[in-house]
Every structure is written in structure tokens, then in C-alpha cells.
Design a protein around this ligand. Sequence first.
Ligand code: CO
Length: 136
Amino acid sequence: MKLGPLNHVGVATPSIEDSIGFWRDVMGATKIHDPFDMPSQGVKVCFVDTPNTQIELIEPLGADSPIAGFLEANPQGGQHHLCFEVPNIHAAKEEFEAMGKRVLGEPRVGAHGTLIFFVHPKDMGGVLTEIMETPK
Ligand code: CO
């Protein structure tokens, strides 16, 4: 495994609209992208640019959203995952599995339009980890 750039930090929120206000007014973010729905993942997302990475705001799309449970446990939201880039998603999946790490599902298209997968936090020092193929 070759550690690539931190692409983004995922932050769950009950309201992207409220979180945008926080990142703009408290944290001084000047580049906030338009939120969009990802129905296949059950979430609405919004990227906030920082000088060296992005924050991915994630709001559930409905009660069966994969982040609904997280928000139940953390009603005001909070840090949800870290996302690192790799050059080849399929090679990375094989490498993690060879190390006994639980890859959650098959690689699928993520919010940046390239293939992603998640690795179980219990195999990753408690951190839900998203692995993303670097956009070409
Ligand atoms: Co993410």
C-alpha cells in the first residue's frame, strides 16, 4: 500500500445548509461547491475547499441512509471518515484484503466520479477509511 494524498475529510451533518453557514462564517471558507444528491449512496454531499484538502459534508437522504445511525449516535454530526487517494482502486482493494482488512462492498463510483471503497473502522484504528482512485 502506497499512502496517497488526503483527498477529503468526511463530516456528517443533520443539515448541509447549516453546516455551509458554519464553514463560511466561522471557518472562513471561500469556495463552497453546490450540494448534490447521491441517491445510490443515500446521501446528499457538499464539498468545501480548504487550501490543501476538502471537507465533504454528508447529510442523510432519508431514514435508511447509511449515515442515519451515525447521526442517531451523534445528533449534531461530526467527523465520519478520512479519504485517501490511490493510483489503482482494484490493486488497493487486493492489498487491503491481503492484510486482512474488511473492505465494505465492491468499488463504486464516489462523489468525485472515480471508484471508491470503504474499509471497516475496526480494522483501521477506529477510523472509517475511504479509498479513492485519483481522478485522471
Ligand atoms: Co468521502
